[in-house]
Design a protein around this ligand. Structure first.
Ligand SMILES: [Zn+2]
Length: 258
């Protein structure tokens, strides 16, 4: 019960997202309210808005670290796949606690590129467009579900512009899959997917082994831009805290190791 109380701000926090309302260490104090007020705030995110959704919800990024290796973590792109939300909240703390990490890495957290879908619990955005299919890759396929033109959705455009501007060395995007978990990659990321697999037990699933993904973020980032991208598929319905714990070491490794 007490744990539930402590986790409640995180579990309900998809809208009012605070990456450093930590769940674990507050239990050392007496009482949830006291713990919340006395917990050391070692990272206070300064959110920057990179755009707005169809329904005018902010698309927010926060950064930490000052290393040469630039990594972009995308907390969610399909609104009905929220198993990675604790990972999104906990990754900054884990990086801070890893000696030397902040000198090695500059991490950009995009908390959710599809806040309208998250609010509705739908895969697509408010227009019903899949924001993982709306990019200017060679295989883009115009349709009502994928968008009539690449980047005709404001959320996809904002993410596209962020990646063009920052040119990260690695992009990781959290999803969930209906009946399994695995790590998928596009572009020059096979070694990172293999490393992730070794540390998490998640199998590597090639893009060729999945249904075609025209105009996907992975196709554009990995194949068109030549930037390594990992698509992290948690198991749909998995407890988000457990999902984080079983992938924490793997995520930290690929964030820090080029
Ligand atoms: Zn997905």
């Amino acid at each position: 019960m007490r744990l539930l109380l402590l986790l409640l701000p995180l579990l309900t926090g998809c809208v009012g997202f605070h990456p450093y309302q930590g769940a674990g260490r507050a239990s050392e104090s007496s009482g949830a309210a006291e713990a919340a007020s006395s917990a050391p705030a070692i990272w206070q995110p300064e959110w920057t808005e990179i755009g707005s959704s169809r329904e005018n919800r902010p698309l927010r990024v926060a950064r930490l670290g000052h290393g040469r290796r630039r990594v972009l973590w995308i907390g969610g792109i399909h609104g009905n796949e929220r198993e990675g939300r604790i990972s999104t909240a906990e990754l900054p703390r884990a990086l801070i606690e890893t000696p030397g990490a902040l000198e090695l890495v500059t991490l950009t957290i995009l908390e959710d590129v599809n806040p309208d879908g998250t609010a509705r619990n739908t895969r697509g955005n408010a227009m019903g467009v899949d924001l993982n299919r709306n990019y200017p890759a060679d295989n883009f396929k115009p349709s009502r579900l994928f968008g009539l033109r690449p980047l005709d959705q404001p959320e996809a455009r904002a993410l596209h512009d962020l990646i063009e501007l920052e040119r990260p060395h690695l992009v990781i995007v959290a999803h969930s899959w209906h009946d399994d978990h695995f790590i998928n990659f596009d572009g020059p990321a096979e070694h990172l997917a293999t490393r992730f697999s070794q540390l998490s037990g998640y199998r590597v699933q090639s893009s060729q082994g999945i249904a075609p993904t025209p105009g996907s973020l992975g196709s554009w980032v990995g194949n068109t831009m030549g930037i390594p991208i990992l698509t992290l598929e948690y198991h749909r319905g998995r407890d988000p805290w457990a999902a984080w714990l079983e992938t924490k070491a793997a995520i930290l490794a690929v964030v820090m190791e080029g």
